[in-house]
Design a protein around this ligand. Sequence first.
Ligand SMILES: [Zn+2]
Length: 419
Amino acid sequence: MVINSHSSATPASLRKTHRGMILSRVQSEPGISRAELARMCGFSEMAATRIVRELLAAGIIQESRVSDQDKAKKKHVGRPKTGLHIVKDGLFAVGITVSAYHSDVSICDADGKLHASSSPENVAFDTVADAARAYASALRDLIETSGIDVSRIVGVGVALSGRTLPDRAEIVTSDYFGWANDGGQFCREIQKIINLPVEIENISNALAIAEMRFGGARDVSDFALIHAATFVGAGVVSDNRLVRGAAGVSGLLGHFRAEDRPLTCVCGRNDCLNLSATGFGLLSRLGKLDHRAFDTSKLSFYATALLNALDDPKAADLVSEAGQNLAPALDSVAKLLGPKKIILSGYLGAHDCYFNAVRQALTDHFDYGPHGSFEIVQGTIPSVEAAALLALHAFCYSDQLDYDRFALSSDRNKGAQHG
Ligand SMILES: [Zn+2]
């Protein structure tokens, strides 16, 4: 569990931190009792009970009795046992995923289940502001037609291909847009249309956060998520925390040194993993490229051509070759970080043929096996959900939950029902 704590430990900030801890625990252990909550979070039972009472009053969690059938089975005596659960439609999060493959706006419920999504058409935008307004408008339309209570949305998540500084809500560079540092304009424009807090991450980190809280990495504290599509990048979680590096830039797996190729990476080199273990490298081997240097104006072409190649049985050998080329880098990652899992994600990474080739190469050349220290698995969360789950993580299951707003909105709803 990760609690974002930027504030000093005043009683009010401690209360927010504790609320985030309790709420996270109820989400990850449905049916948990107050006593178990207190023990697991290290609080007194009285403190846990007080926070539980607040969350119940705000309609964020609910209490359910163990069913009569269960009671008969367990032959309970005394007070009936009750358990705490997240109210699935008690809160929602919304998100914008921007990619060359397809862009999506989505809504997920408080339990991380996809509630609604739509895919706005990918068009070229002249400015950062134009793009932000187009995506935010598509998201606003989705919210309006979804029928959810808009007063119960915690915030907006943005996941995109590029380098981001989440603390400053900035895009540092984005190959997809071909933009340099946006000074936070993308997130500010979204906020003008959807008046809610915005959290931004690159796609690898957003997927890592989503897998950590809602997906295949819930049960591990150390893992690496490898996102392989046109290029390859990584999101690394160590001791339940995302590794960001001193300058906020980490996981640059695509620029690991590998074999020389007759291609040029965005960084200017000819020996990056981006040229041999990725969609770009694969398209070159398939003879689909009429140029050698990676060209950001051709991202849509790379995306479409890769999806076609993955559907083509004749390309299977070269897809496998690309997967084999990733294996040495994963062996280095495993030896350096000691992860419990390595999760392969993205259109290429989660593709069976590529995934199986990576695993086979690790087995054949790097002693990977069932009794090894880590497990290699396919991602469980599609990119369409990553952005909304990022918002849920940032603004619901953390000390950033705007409790007062939801307590008020819950009161108003109750008033409306009885009035
Ligand atoms: Zn490079």
